[in-house]
Design a binder for this molecule. Sequence first.
Ligand SMILES: Cc1cc2nc3c(=O)[nH]c(=O)nc-3n(C[C@H](O)[C@H](O)[C@H](O)COP(=O)(O)O)c2cc1C
Length: 367
Amino acid sequence: MTKQRELTEVGVFIPVGNGGWVTSVNAPEIPGTYDYNLQVTLLAEKMGFDFALSPANWRGYGGPTKSWDVSLESLITMAGLAQATKEIGVWATVHMMIFPPAIVAKMVATIDQISNGRVGLNLVSGSNPYDLGQMGLWRDLDHTGRYRLAQEWIDVVQRLWTEERVNHKGDFFELTDCMSNPKPKTIPRTICAGASDRGFQFTIDNCDGSFFPASDDEASIARGVRAKELAVKAGKPDFMTYGLFTLIPGATDAEAKERLEFYDEGADRQALATQAAEYSTDKSAKENFAAQYFLNQNEKVSSVLGGTMTGSVETLARRVAKSVVESKLDGIAIIVPDFIDDLKIVGEQVIPMMAEYGVFTKSQRNL
Ligand SMILES: Cc1cc2nc3c(=O)[nH]c(=O)nc-3n(C[C@H](O)[C@H](O)[C@H](O)COP(=O)(O)O)c2cc1C
């Protein structure tokens, strides 16, 4: 029994791309439609989740599963979900490399009104040259250059949210007497999913929280601890860390394991290889966390993301709680194979049971 107690925000990483995050012909069918994502988000809200976050993908990986060949745009999806919900946070992902900052500043200020202050922004620096390059929007920058662009981008957005007129002439963006109204009522929460040391540093300097893959293995726990260490060193004790967990529940540990084995038997090797090939064209692939993560997934021919945990409700509750406590996480985001049936098990059974292992969610705290 873990002694330490933590308070945890809970979110769902919604599947705006067909197939979700199980790249297998044996995976549950995930259509990547707005209607499906609406159902998932309403379910998450009903279960007391704090946020729904959508990723930003522009190009699929094909193969027999047609992995992510159909995917919704993230900001527009969250604007729709903002209107359809009342309490849950609606967080969108934006590629800073492709959206001019003034466009996003105004789009997010608009969603701030639609959602009555529930909008959040996950900033991504860009890591797949094909995904953005197909639209002529990939900038030939190395890892350091991408974070230089990111810094200029967020500086401009923050100014547009707070200043009446912005003049700016930088290396990447130019604004002349730029007026951006309405202002958001409160400055939207920003997180960043950069998981390299440079990515963490950018996030700590500019955002409210960091978002990275989590699990109960040593490397994942070290990643969480490292993010917290960097935040404390930077004098930001309130900085939030969010771990992204992929969970496969089963009636028993054995049944959950069999589910994963079944998915792996049908792993879409073609889609995984395409994904790895695309990421490996980044000239900074070695420093690019996402590239390394997907190259590794391809090498293992794994249908699921690294660190995926399988188990009964009790096992998952214990393992996620252990990860939260040892990685010092403030929040978790969930991926499951089926975002209705499996999400219900996680929301109604696994998360409440984590209290037995010392991890309480916000809604439990309010009881
Ligand atoms: C949990 C997580 C979610 C991410 N979501 C997206 C996404 O939706 N779209 C995208 O292009 N990149 C996404 N990325 C990639 C990162 O934003 C980032 O560009 C990449 O990891 C390279 O930066 P880094 O080396 O600092 O981590 C994600 C990464 C992580 C770890």
